[in-house]
Design a protein around this ligand. Structure first.
Ligand code: HEM
Length: 470
C-alpha cells in the first residue's frame, strides 16, 4: 500500500475507506493503530490509558529517568505537573497585549524587509515566514535576553529548520527503528548532539531570568523563585517569566507536585515551546498566506472586515470577538492544513470495539482524515469554505463550538498551546493584511501538501507579489 507515489493522506484515506475508522498499519514489525473518526477519538483520548507517549530515539533526550518535558513524557505525575504550569503560563501569556505588540512589530519588520528586497516582484515567501515565526517565538520566550548572539541565532535556526532539511525524513526513521541509527551512526550522532545543545541553550536562557539579582535572592533556587517579583507593567516580561511565576505560585501554595518543576524540566518545557512552536506556526503561516492568495475573494472579505472593525490600529486580542470572517478563515485553514498528530501509546492492554490493543501499542489520531472527510463534514469536506464556520442568521463565528474542528487534537494530550496559537495566528493574519495593499499569488503548484516533505505538512512551493502599505 505504501509503495505508491501518492501522498500519505491519500494512502490513509484509502485505508480508512477500505478498513473502517480504526485500522492497524505495520511499520517494520511494529503495529500502529490509526484512528480516523472523531467520535472514537473523543472517547479514547480522554482516557489516561491512551495518553502515554512511546520512547523513541529522539525523545530520550527530552524524557528519561532524570528529567522530562511536556511533549514526549509518558502520562505520569511529572508530566501532569509540567503540563499544569505550562498551560497556566501559556494561557496568561496569550492574553497579554505584549504578545500582540511583539507579533505586530515582527510582521511590520518582515514586510519592510520584503519591501526593500522584493517589492512588486514575485518571490517565495517561505524564508520570510520562517524568520517571522522564529522571531515571534524567540522574542516571546526570551525578550530579556534578545538579541541572541549571531552564533546562537544561527544554531537555533539550524536546529528548528535546517537539520530536518539536511537529513530529510531521517528523524522519523531514527525514531521508527534503532536499526537506522546503527546503519547511519553519523546521522544519529549529529541529531543527538544538536538536541543536547538545543536543550542546554534553553536551560541557560531560562536560568538567566531568575539569576538576575533584582528579581529574587541569591541563596538557592527555591528561595529565589519563591521571592520572584514581577512588575506586571514591565514591557520586557516574557514567557520564561510566566513559567517561573507559575512555579512560584505552586511553591507558595505548597503544592506537592512542585518538586517536579526542576530547572532541567522547565528548560525542556522551553525547548518544547521553541521547536514545536516554530514548526507549527511556520507551517500554519505558510498555509495562511497560500489560502489568502489562492482565494483572493476571501482576502478581500478579510480586508473589508479589518478596515471596518480595527482600521489602522494595532490589532488587540479582543478584536477576535468581532472579526468573525477572519476567525472563520483561520479555522478553515487549520481544518484543511491538519498537521500530523503526535504518537500516543497505550498504558495497559485494552480494547477498541472488538479489537484487543496490547499495552505499549502506538495509537495515532489521523487528523488529515478526520478533518476532511465528507462523512464528518457533510458533502464538502474537501472544499475550502470559511463560511461553514459562520452562523447564517447572526453572521457570528461558530468554529469554537464545532466538535469536529480539532486541529489541536482532543483529550488529555491535546495541544497545550492552543490559546497561544490561536492568538498568534489572528494577529499575524490581521497585521499582514493591514501592512499590505495587496498580496497576490504569482505562481503555485496548487493547494496540496508537498509530498516530498515527510515529517512536516507544508504546501508545495509558491510565489507571491506584495504591495506594502507601510
Ligand atoms: C497552529 C498551531 C498548532 C497546531 C495546529 C498544533 C497542534 C498540535 C497537535 C495536533 C498536538 C498533538 C496532540 C496529541 O498528542 O494528541 C500538539 C501537541 C503539543 N503542542 Fe501544539 N499545535 C500548534 C501550536 C503549538 C505551539 C505554538 C506550541 C508551543 C508554543 C505548541 C506546543 C505543543 C506541545 C508542548 C504539545 C504536547 C502536549 C502534550 O503532550 O501534553 N503547539 N499540538
Amino acid at each position: 500500500m505504501f509503495w505508491t507515489s501518492a501522498h500519505i493522506d491519500v494512502v490513509m484515506r484509502r485505508l480508512a475507506k477500505k478498513y473502517g475508522p480504526v485500522f492497524t498499519v505495520y511499520v517494520g514489525h511494529k503495529p500502529q493503530v490509526i484512528v480516523a473518526d472523531i467520535t472514537i477519538a473523543n472517547t479514547l483520548f480522554k482516557q489516561k490509558n491512551y495518553s502515554g507517549r512511546p520512547t523513541l530515539f529522539t525523545t530520550q533526550f527530552y524524557t528519561n529517568e532524570n528529567m522530562c518535558d511536556i511533549a514526549t513524557s509518558d502520562y505520569d505525575e511529572r508530566w501532569a505537573a509540567l503540563r499544569l504550569i505550562g498551560h497556566k503560563a501559556i494561557v496568561n501569556y496569550s492574553r497579554d497585549e505584549k504578545l500582540a505588540k511583539i507579533i505586530s512589530d515582527c510582521v511590520d519588520t518582515t514586510i519592510r524587509k520584503i519591501s526593500q528586497k522584493e517589492s512588486n516582484k514575485p518571490f517565495k515567501p517561505n524564508t520570510y515566514l520562517f524568520d517571522l515565526t522564529f522571531n515571534i517565538i524567540a522574542k516571546s520566550l526570551f525578550k530579556k535576553s534578545i538579541p541572541l548572539t549571531d552564533s546562537e541565532y544561527d544554531f537555533i535556526k539550524y536546529y528548528c529548520r535546517d537539520i530536518n532539511n539536511e537529513f530529510s525524513g531521517s528523524r522519523i526513521l531514527l525514531d521508527l527503528s534503532p536499526l537506522f541509527g546503527w546503519l547511519f551512526p553519523q546521522i544519529a550522532q549529529k541529531f543527538s548532539k544538536a538536541i543536547i545543545k538545543f536543550n542546554q541553550f534553553n536551560y541557560e536562557k531560562l536560568k538567566l531570568h531568575y539569576l538576575d539579582s533584582d528579581r529574587g535572592g541569591d541563596d538557592g533556587y527555591e528561595s529565589v523563585v519563591q521571592n520572584y517579583k514581577l512588575d506586571t507593567d514591565d514591557d520586557d516580561n516574557d514567557f520564561c517569566d510566566a513559567i517561573i511565576k507559575a512555579k512560584r505560585d505552586g511553591l507558595r501554595d505548597n503544592k506537592q507536585w512542585s518538586k517536579y518543576l526542576t530547572d532541567r524540566n522547565l528548560g525542556l518545557m522551553v525547548s518544547n515551546m521553541f521547536d514545536t512552536g516554530v514548526a507549527t506556526m511556520d507551517d500554519s503561516s505558510q498555509w495562511l498566506l497560500l489560502w489568502m492568495t489562492y482565494y483572493p475573494q476571501c482576502q478581500q472579505l478579510m480586508r473589508q472586515e479589518i478596515s471596518e472593525i480595527i482600521g489602522d490600529q494595532q490589532p488587540r486580542h479582543s478584536d477576535r470577538y468581532q472579526c468573525h470572517y477572519v476567525m472563520a478563515f483561520i479555522a478553515e485553514m487549520l481544518r484543511y492544513m491538519s498537521l500530523l498528530s503526535f504518537y500516543h501509546k497505550t498504558l495497559e492492554t485494552t480494547k477498541i470495539e472488538k479489537y484487543t490493543v496490547p499495552k505499549n501499542t502506538i495509537v495515532l489520531l489521523y487528523l488529515g482524515h478526520v478533518m476532511r472527510e465528507d462523512s464528518q463534514w457533510g458533502t464538502d469536506g474537501h472544499s475550502f469554505r470559511p463560511e461553514r464556520f459562520i452562523d447564517t442568521d447572526t453572521g457570528h463565528y461558530t468554529g469554537s463550538k464545532c466538535p469536529q474542528l480539532i486541529p489541536y487534537s482532543v483529550g488529555l494530550r491535546k495541544c497545550v498551546a492552543e490559546k497561544l496559537a490561536n492568538a498568534t495566528l489572528f494577529i499575524i493574519c490581521v497585521r499582514l493584511l493591514q501592512s499590505t495593499k495587496r498580496i497576490e499569488l504569482a505562481d503555485s503548484q496548487g493547494i496540496s501538501p508537498d509530498p516530498l516533505i515527510s515529517d512536516r505538512r507544508l504546501p508545495r512551493a509558491y510565489k507571491i507579489v506584495i504591495e506594502p502599505n507601510i
